[in-house]
Ligand binder design. Structure first.
Ligand SMILES: NC(=O)c1ccc[n+]([C@@H]2O[C@H](COP(=O)([O-])OP(=O)(O)OC[C@H]3O[C@@H](n4cnc5c(N)ncnc54)[C@H](OP(=O)(O)O)[C@@H]3O)[C@@H](O)[C@H]2O)c1
Length: 255
């Protein structure tokens, strides 16, 4: 392979598009996998490097495996597979179906994507698997399945990294730990919210440097450190409600 090639799994999100744009401007040939491939057609035409698009059915592991293998063949092997798929939701009633969907996408789907990519890299003899993960995986949280699924992702990636070392193969595994950007956006917190192009360029820089694990943006490293240290009664922001709020919640029969 002379030209750099990358497979992007979960190519339709805003952040994925920004990363794709920057990689394409750097001359990387791309295979893009998305739930709705048609939605990427116009975007793909605007990119300067060669791009192919493939449909992604993340709830069906056998379909994920064959799609990644097809994309791999189409670009003649890949230097990089970047995983940016994810599902999140919150309901205080904790109904089962959303939890099941999160587990299907973030655990089963994620593992099938990473497992297939790793096996292809092993046969090729080298490569880099990078995944956009979340600091939400450091502890449990109100989006119960989401937080747990991100811990799964962290440990799955660590296991693959250990396995690559055991096999003595130059396969780099990069865990890109994103801060809670949605939360920052909701609170319109400019201090913690970074523009997508800055987030994308930090991600590309970390991948190029072959980092094993990195916090994006960098300032979330401090939050991650604190998150791990805090006792549960401080970490659980439910306790941070004012006395009046607690009283009102109690009157409504909520805890
Ligand atoms: N945004 C944040 O604040 C934030 C913070 C920390 C970590 N992260 C992590 O970053 C990753 C991506 O987040 P994002 O903000 O880019 O989220 P997003 O905009 O919701 O994108 C998630 C991606 O996953 C794909 N996806 C979800 N369900 C799918 C399904 N059933 N089949 C196929 N594809 C599916 C989406 O495709 P469609 O568009 O086709 O649904 C999309 O490409 C996640 O792992 C998330 O945990 C995000």
């Amino acid at each position: 392979m002379t030209q750099a090639t990358a497979i992007i799994v979960g190519a339709s999100s805003l952040l994925s598009r920004e990363i794709i744009k920057q990689l394409s401007e750097q001359g990387v040939e791309l295979a893009l996998l998305a739930q709705d491939p048609d939605s990427l057609e116009e975007f793909a035409k605007s990119l300067p490097s060669p791009v192919q698009i493939f449909p992604l059915n993340i709830s069906e592991p056998s379909s994920i495996i064959s799609t990644i293998e097809n994309a791999w063949q189409a670009v003649g092997g890949a230097h990089l597979v970047l995983v940016n798929t994810g599902l999140n939701s919150y309901s205080a009633d904790l109904p089962w179906l959303p939890e099941q969907d999160i587990i299907t996408v973030n655990v089963q789907g994620f593992a099938a994507i990473c497992n297939t990519s790793f096996r292809l890299f092993k046969t090729q003899g080298y490569g880099q698997l990078a995944a956009i993960n979340s600091i939400a995986g450091l502890r449990g949280g109100p989006s119960v399945a989401y937080h747990a699924s991100k811990a799964f992702a962290t440990n799955y990636l660590e296991g693959l990294s250990m396995h690559a070392q055991r096999l003595k193969l130059p396969i780099t595994i990069t865990d890109l730990q994103l801060g809670l950007l949605d939360k920052a956006a909701m609170q319109q917190n400019r201090l913690w919210l970074s523009p997508p192009n800055e987030v994308a360029s930090q991600i590309i820089k970390a991948m190029k440097a072959g980092k094993r694990k990195v916090y994006v943006t960098k300032r979330w490293r401090l939050v991650a450190w604190l998150t791990k240290l805090l006792p549960e009664f401080v970490y659980n922001t439910r306790h941070w409600r004012t006395k009046a709020e607690r009283k009102a919640a109690k009157a409504q029969g909520k805890k």
